[in-house]
Design a binder for this molecule. Structure first.
Ligand SMILES: Nc1ncnc2c1ncn2[C@@H]1O[C@H](COP(=O)(O)OP(=O)(O)OP(=O)(O)O)[C@@H](O)[C@H]1O
Length: 597
């Protein structure tokens, strides 16, 4: 798997930056040759000096100097170029791929699963490590070559020097044991690490710090962050100390072996066939061996670090591929609704939840209907509209659109005939007109389309008050104009009006952040728009609301309780139920509350 991934990533580097990739590979090859040449040239310098061969001495000295400089320069240039290639491929290739692993999956349930989120957190901002892992493998291959050359040179001086190889092996084994300990410590403390980050974010984010200040909980949270962080730091430091001790022991073994081998070489230098150059070569190649082993340890440590990112990356790819394979669409969405959207025994339970959020809901919503979904907090209203917009797959039951199972209709096609403004609307930090236009990317460049959507959501006054009207940047992240909650909601509502012929128009608590006059105005406008859409293409409008009074004019009201559809009908029907029903009771409570306030 790793080998295939390495090949694939190297091919991506090659496609993205052909010349630079070639340059980095060439640097590695030249570096390997220069590295081997360095020891041999040094030996020749000493031998030529001892024998008084001036020409050879100068030539060998020049070769030594050149080999030294070349080794250093290609290392430096290769590293800089490699980082450029890695960054480029990470940002323009791997990061978009990870984004697609999130967005190509039809539903959004994976974005709420901890196993998925943990992996996204691991990969976020670290795509470079995925790409660099491939380069590490290539570099490791070059190191093996260096090691082979070094061992051959050692053997050519004295077979005793080959004793250094097992000594280097001991160092590698001890170092790997130390690394395993620090990785284990990192894993064991990762939850606490996330907790301390969460506590930090709670106190520093504008959204959450308000409540914390008012409650006076900041000291408690800072103390908890400190205590948690200390626990993490101590556990990791203990593991690092153990790793350092193991590594030091490994180097001590290597140093002892090196000293013993050198003594043997020095002794044989005085005997026939031996030379001073051999001693120099032994010192040079011995320390080269140390440097190669050190680099190998470094690469192995990188590989361990990369493994923690490559594994989640591969998991995300496999997850997305599996889900995409299951997304088989056999039907196109209709161009107009003529019959109904029907819910048949629809049920859905969130992963890990104890009870269903939507439980055995059956109802027929005729084409051209404005339907209101009401109910108390957590009764399943939003989940119901998420099932209608294919953001979740029902566990059991089905939704049909003019008789066709929604599961068979391709999700992109269904979304192209759906418009929605959700309760937790997005705050796109771009220009006002773009934040609206994104409701229909195909028409976002059309000035008329954006103007019409702004007018439909009654957001014209808001736009004209902005410093540069529709060209004003929204949000404070990029130094734009910050909007109030209600203003952001108006932008979201305008965005939902970009499509001119949606067959399903969803408004989830569309006025939760708006004042009473705006709420009234918006509802009147949406009712009018919904009636027009119903005439044009039989569109169904679904309005989710807590406020019963505002949806009294809907053609059909669905009353949800604990995930179940407990009543449905028109406002007069529901009020007239014998003995009063849930709707009549809740409507009565709200009417009294508003009258008293
Ligand atoms: N992402 C989620 N993961 C797990 N459970 C969830 C999730 N979202 C909602 N729930 C649970 O599902 C149930 C229905 O939630 P839903 O948001 O559909 O209710 P709602 O009627 O729209 O509530 P509200 O009026 O507060 O918006 C609730 O019990 C809620 O706790």
């Amino acid at each position: 798997m790793r080998a295939r991934l390495t090949g694939e990533l190297m091919a991506r580097c090659w496609r993205a930056e052909r010349a630079l990739t070639l340059l980095v590979l060439a640097c590695m090859a030249v570096g390997t040759v220069a590295f081997a040449g360095l020891g041999l040239a040094s030996k020749t310098v000493v031998d030529a000096a001892v024998e008084g061969d001036l020409r050879l001495l100068v030539l060998a000295a020049v070769v030594t100097a050149v080999a030294y400089v070349v080794d250093w320069v290609v290392d430096d240039v290769g590293f800089t170029m490699r980082m450029h290639v890695v960054e480029r491929v990470a940002q323009t290739d791997v990061e978009p791929e990870v984004m697609r692993a999130c967005t190509d999956v039809d539903e959004i349930d994976h974005l709420e699963r901890t196993d998925f989120l943990d992996r996204i957190t691991a990969v976020r901002g670290r795509a470079w490590a995925v790409v660099d892992s491939a380069w590490s493998v290539v570099e490791a291959a070059a190191l093996v070559l260096r090691l082979a050359l070094t061992v051959a040179l050692l053997g050519s001086v004295s077979p005793w020097l080959l004793l250094l190889v097992p000594c280097a092996g001991v160092q590698l084994v001890l170092d790997a044991a130390g690394r395993r300990r620090s990785t284990a410590a990192e894993i064991a403390t990762s939850e606490d690490q996330r907790l301390q980050r969460h506590l930090f974010e709670l106190c520093t984010s504008p959204a959450t710090s308000k409540e914390i200040r008012v409650a006076g909980a900041e000291d408690e949270l800072v103390a908890r962050q400190q205590a948690t962080a200390l626990g993490v730091v101590h556990a990791r430091a203990r593991a690092l100390l153990t790793a350092a001790a193991l590594s030091t022991a490994g180097w001590a073994v290597f140093a002892a072996g090196f000293t013993a081998a050198l003594a043997l070489v020095v002794r044989s230098a005085g005997q026939p066939g031996g030379s001073l150059g051999d001693v120099v070569l032994a010192v040079a190649v011995g320390s080269q061996l140390r440097s190669v082993v050190q680099q190998a340890v470094g690469r192995a440590s990188d590989a361990g670090g990369y493994g923690r990112i490559v594994e989640p990356y591969l998991w995300l790819r496999a997850f997305a591929a599996e889900r995409l394979a299951g997304q088989v669409a056999t039907a196109a969405p209709p161009t107009a609704l003529t019959e109904a959207i029907t819910l048949e025994h629809l049920a859905f339970t969130y992963p890990g939840a104890a009870r269903p959020a939507v439980d055995d809901v059956s109802v027929t919503i005729p084409a051209g209907t404005v339907v209101a979904v009401v109910g108390e907090y957590g009764s399943g209203k939003t989940t119901l509209v998420k099932l209608l917009t294919k953001l979740y797959r029902p566990d059991t039951g089905r939704i049909t659109v003019d008789g066709t199972d929604l599961a068979e209709i391709g999700t992109p096609g269904w979304r192209a005939v759906t418009s929605a403004a959700f309760q937790d609307f997005g705050r796109y930090q771009t220009t006002f007109d773009e934040a609206v236009g994104l409701g229909d990317p195909a028409r976002m460049a059309s000035r008329e389309a954006v103007d019409a959507a702004v007018a439909a959501a009654d957001a014209g006054a808001l736009r004209s008050r902005l410093p540069a009207a529709g060209a004003s940047l929204l949000g404070s992240r990029f130094d734009g104009t910050e909007l109030s909650e209600g203003q952001w909601q108006k932008v979201a509502l305008a965005r939902a009006c970009m499509r001119t012929r949606p067959l399903l128009f969803v408004l989830d608590e569309p006025t939760a952040s708006l004042d009473a006059p705006s709420e009234h105005e918006i509802f009147a406008r949406y009712m009018e728009r919904s009636r027009r859409l119903a005439r044009d293409c039989g569109a169904v409008t679904v309005i989710v609301s807590h406020r019963f009074s505002t949806v009294a004019g809907a053609d059909l009201i669905l009353v949800m309780e604990h995930g179940r559809l407990v009543e449905h009908g028109t406002h007069p029907d529901l009020l007239a139920r014998p003995g009063g029903g849930v709707y009549a009771e809740l409507f009565g409570i709200q009417a009294t509350a508003y009258a008293d306030s």
